[in-house]
Design a protein around this ligand. Structure first.
Ligand SMILES: O=C(O)CCC(=O)c1ccccc1C(=O)O
Ligand SMILES: [Mg+2]
Length: 334
């Protein structure tokens, strides 16, 4: 196994209630099998969600495939993806077929990642998203006073009467603020709020008013594990393959969630093109998956790297070549 570093700047930092994300750096993991098989993976740690960059590098330094399950999440993602990519190439099928989907899937639906912005900018960004064909947008919330967030949502609904609107509070509302938010958001037909309460406060979800606004869990999964999430009030579960330790882990959790009546939503941690492509394969392996947070490629300044899973008309094109992504990408990776 070999690995080498890469880094991409975000075109514009993604502001969240838990801090800004301005740069993504990680490691490209390559395997060269003795029998000529090969595979490529990406480890893109995001402290707060995964191990640190240094921990990831140290873990990859002495990792072998036999120790896969002892690795921290981003490192495990890198090696697991390289192994899966190699296997799928050996089988001559795209990764999502190798992951078990038994029919061709051309596209998966995506939400536009609108982020946190002023009311005016939110209005413009949501207008653009609708023009680009998105039928679902995700706004970051809880980075401002609730009244401002409500105005932003009202502006989004005004310019986009028919689309799905999701919010992500990244665990930053108190129970009281979340209560008031759920009362007010109902008027704008918000589909769900992602992580309205701190990750630790799973119990608080039962106390939220039933106003028709749904609840998605994201950070809570890492704090409490899948069994507690399956027993919780959540109706959606956000799955980030990088933070969960690999595409295989994310798909397994998606199947468990579906089985328990909780809709899986696959997103990235603003990963590089190879890991984002893998997340698209995970989403494609889930029948009739709902809109996923996979339109994150354009947030990164990736220069001349061709996009392996382009977005258009509100959907992501699923790569159909053998394995995860075409080999041509690798040479370009920073
Ligand atoms: O889901 C999306 O649209 C984009 C992904 C996203 O919001 C995100 C990106 C990096 C780290 C955390 C998160 C999050 O969902 O909280
Ligand atoms: Mg989230």
């Amino acid at each position: 196994m070999n690995f080498r570093p890469f880094a991409f700047e975000l075109r514009e930092p993604l502001a969240t209630a838990a801090g800004d994300i301005a740069r993504r750096e990680g490691f490209l993991v390559t395997l060269d099998g003795d029998d000529g098989s090969c595979g490529v993976g990406e480890a893109c740690p995001l402290p707060g969600w995964t191990e640190s960059y240094d921990e990831c590098r140290d873990a990859l330094s002495d990792a072998t495939p036999a120790e896969l399950d002892t690795l921290p999440p981003a490192a495990r993602h890198g090696l697991a993806l390289a192994l899966l990519d190699g296997d799928a190439r050996d089988d001559g099928v795209p990764l999502y077929r190798h992951l078990g989907r038994d029919e061709r899937v051309e596209t998966v639906p995506a939400n536009a990642t609108v982020g946190d912005a002023s009311t005016e900018q939110t209005r413009e960004r949501v207008t653009d998203a609708v023009d680009e064909g998105y039928t679902c947008v995700k706004l970051k919330a809880a980075n401002r006073p609730l009244d401002e967030d409500i105005k932003r949502v009202a502006a989004a609904r005004e310019v986009a009467p028919d689309i799905g609107i999701r919010l992500d509070a990244n665990g930053s509302w108190t129970r009281d603020t979340a209560n008031r938010a759920f009362e007010k958001l109902a008027a704008f037909d918000v589909s769900y709020v992602e992580q309205p309460l701190p990750a630790s406060d799973l119990g608080g979800l039962t106390a939220l008013p039933d106003t028709g606004v749904g609840v998605a869990l994201d950070e809570g999964l890492y704090e409490h594990g899948i069994d507690a999430v399956l027993d919780s009030e959540a109706d959606h579960l956000v799955l980030k393959p990088m933070a969960l330790g690999g595409p295989d882990v994310a798909l397994e959790l998606a199947r468990l969630a579906r089985g328990a009546g909780i809709e899986p939503v696959v997103t990235t941690t603003i990963d590089g093109p190879i890991a984002r492509a893998a997340a698209v394969h995970v989403a494609a392996a889930i029948p009739a998956v709902s809109a996923c947070g996979l339109a994150t490629g354009s947030l990164l300044a990736t220069g001349d790297i061709p996009d392996p899973a382009p977005v258009g008309g509100g959907v992501v094109t699923v790569p159909q070549k053998e394995g995860n992504t075409p080999a041509v990408l690798l040479a370009d990776y920073a």
